[in-house]
Ligand binder design. Structure first.
Ligand code: 13P
Length: 243
């Protein structure tokens, strides 16, 4: 944790849940959210952002999306603009997740443009970075993340309250987690690069059993949770571990 920064526990639901499941999951998270020291955020698929933002309005649980387009509007079939997300009640948007970088070839420059669009629309961007297993084994993790941060964070990101999520690609959905020393070292390097005001989340196989230890590390200001965010009790247990 970083003194003065409220921890953020964010659930990335990815491409999961039918609408009934999404509503049940959101209701269960909201039911356990009262009194949480951490800020809670759920990021469902686009289709459910509006509905869940309405459902969660008074709950203290924020709603975000998993991507947005870099342009404000126009001829971009199938895409969603940041202003649309803001308009239906989203407050955050995850950008540059490694699955989007892999599935859609998103580059640092595109992530930066999306973050600019998000900020212009009044959304808080959560920009994801992280090395592959080959890069970690080659001793390049810190250099890769530093390069991604340089390329992906627009000017004004820090003052807009932008959030960074460190998600080692090899730890996502695998049950593998870096050592606490490795997480602390990587987060210290990110802190030196982005300064004291930016919340730095860890993501990758975070679960109730490892959350307290990870969240207690210096410069870890919350978590970006995938699989465990689909089980309300697990997500809430992780949030409770944040303080
Ligand atoms: P898991 O928690 O399922 O490893 O996913 C992490 C993630 O990618 C969150 O964005």
């Amino acid at each position: 944790m970083t003194p003065g920064l409220r921890p953020l526990i964010a659930g990335n639901w990815k491409m999961n849940t039918l609408v009934g499941e999404a509503v049940d999951l959101a209701r269960a998270v909201a039911a356990g959210a009262a009194g949480s020291k951490a800020e809670l955020l759920v990021c469902p698929p686009f289709l459910y952002v509006a509905g869940l933002a309405g459902l969660l309005k008074e709950s203290g649980v924020a709603v975000g999306a998993q991507d947005c387009h870099a342009k404000a509007k126009g001829a971009h079939t199938g895409d969603v603009a940041a202003a649309m997300l803001k308009d239906v009640g989203a407050s955050y948007v995850i950008l540059g997740h490694s699955e989007r970088r892999a599935d859609h070839g998103e580059t640092d420059a595109q992530v930066k443009a999306k973050a600019e669009a998000a900020m212009a629309a009044g959304l808080t961007p959560i920009v994801c970075v992280g090395e592959t297993l080959a890069e970690r084994e080659a001793g390049e993790a810190e250099a890769v993340v530093a390069r991604q941060l340089t390329g992906s964070l627009p000017e004004g990101f820090v003052n807009a309250g932008g959030v960074v999520a460190y998600e080692p690609v090899w730890a996502i959905g695998t049950g593998k987690v870096p050592t606490e020393a490795d997480i602390a070292a990587l987060h210290a390097a990110m802190r030196a690069q982005v300064g004291a005001k930016t919340r730095l989340l860890y993501g990758g196989s975070m679960k109730p059993s490892n959350a307290a230890a990870i969240l207690a590390l210096p410069n870890v200001d919350g978590g970006l949770i995938g699989g465990a965010a689909l089980v309300a009790a697990d997500f809430l247990a992780i949030a409770a571990a944040a303080g």
